[in-house]
Design a protein around this ligand. Structure first.
Ligand code: KG4
Ligand code: ZN
Length: 343
């Protein structure tokens, strides 16, 4: 007998509701994935404004859920369990999702599971590529996080091998975009501009790659500053900014560092599969370079399609399904959001 799992996501600026079917053999099918984004409301501030995000979640939560049920042709009463992002993320934003999930769970009398947003970014890959090999490695690159993780069991056992010591990769994209006069969020316009530019035009620094640096940690703040200095220098000299070349050179530095460390971690740990997920995994050069380097090293690479890489409810429903299948104990109705929840 299959089960229907509802997933609710509200950690940042996307209100997401996903519905999946968990089969008895542990496989999971995607039934609906509805997202309402408040990204346009934050664009003029150049970053997410927490209060604006919380209000937008409040307005969008129930309509987004209703749309998901319509798309899947299901009723609320078909739901067997509810998973919700308990953290990490913005406190006020998380609270909207957690409160909604509690209300649905209490009204329907079904179990509630508070789950980790970062694990959700990895779990979503199972909707496209099937069960994850145990163990596998995950490179999680988003606007808020940059982490290299060892995943022994997506439902229960994830270990951090390294993380950023300053900015997240997506944050660096957003800040560099601002320096170049490109819109927020910066990832997509930089990706597009870089396609017309020369990635070898400017030798930007590769942070944390020195012999004394922690093996699997990352740093992007030096790179961000180097780009800003370079652009300031050109402006001072009255030169036109070669936006495409700067974008391509910056993007090459990010992709180089991320893929080099991930492949090194796979080789050193003898783990044969790498999953890259999170908003920055939608980057065309990152997946291209990862593919090249993984192929050369004999590592299987899994990158979910871009729509699944950015924040959504399906990733939380998928993780919920794995948590249910693993027999993890359900959360109580007094769970709260934890903005700093570790993996
Ligand atoms: O995972 P996500 O949707 O939200 C967080 O949990 O942070 O990631 C958003 C980040 C933003 O910083 C955005 O600029 C970046 O992902 N992003 C990209 C691309 N698409 C989105 N970065 C590089 N290339 C892209 N194509
Ligand atoms: Zn995310």
């Amino acid at each position: 007998m299959s089960r229907i799992i509802m997933g609710i996501e509200s950690s940042c600026d996307e209100t997401g509701v996903g519905l999946v079917r968990l089969h008895d053999d542990g496989t999971v099918d995607l039934l609906a994935d509805e997202v309402a984004s408040s990204v346009d409301q934050h664009a003029r501030f150049g970053g997410v404004v927490p209060e604006v995000a919380s209000r937008a979640h409040l307005e969008a939560m129930v309509p987004t859920a209703n749309r998901a049920f319509e798309k899947a042709d299901l009723k609320l009463s078909d739901v067997d369990a509810i998973a919700v992002t308990a953290g990490p993320g913005l406190a006020g934003a998380l609270l909207v999702g957690v409160s909604a999930a509690k209300a649905y769970a209490a009204a329907l009398g079904v179990p509630l599971y508070g789950v980790n947003h970062l694990a959700g970014h990895i779990a979503v890959d199972t909707l496209q590529h099937g069960p994850l090999p145990k163990p596998c490695l995950a490179l999680l690159v988003s606007g808020g996080h940059t982490q290299l993780l060892r995943v022994d069991d997506i439902a229960t056992t994830i270990t951090e091998l390294g993380s950023t010591v300053d900015d997240a990769a997506g944050e660096a994209y957003d800040k560099v975009a601002r320096v170049l006069g490109l819109p927020y969020p910066g990832g997509p316009p930089i990706d597009k501009a870089a396609k017309q530019g020369d990635p070898r035009a400017i030798a930007f620094p590769r942070g944390m790659t020195g012999p004394r640096d922690a093996k699997f940690d990352f740093s992007f703040s030096g790179l961000k500053t180097a780009v800003a200095r370079w652009v300031e220098g050109a402006e001072r000299r009255g030169e036109d900014i070669p936006v495409n070349d700067v974008a391509a050179s910056f993007q090459e530095a990010v992709a180089d560092v991320l893929t080099a460390k991930a492949v090194r971690a796979a080789k050193e740990s003898g783990i044969g599969t790498l999953v890259i997920s999170g908003g920055v995994a939608a980057n065309s050069r990152l997946s291209e370079l990862a593919r090249e380097r993984c192929e050369a090293a004999g590592i299987e690479l899994r990158v979910p399609r871009p729509r699944l890489c950015t924040d959504n409810g399906a990733m939380i429903a998928a993780l919920g399904a794995h948590v249910v299948a693993a027999g993890v104990r359900e959360s109580t109705l007094d769970i709260s959001a934890n903005p700093a929840l570790p993996v």
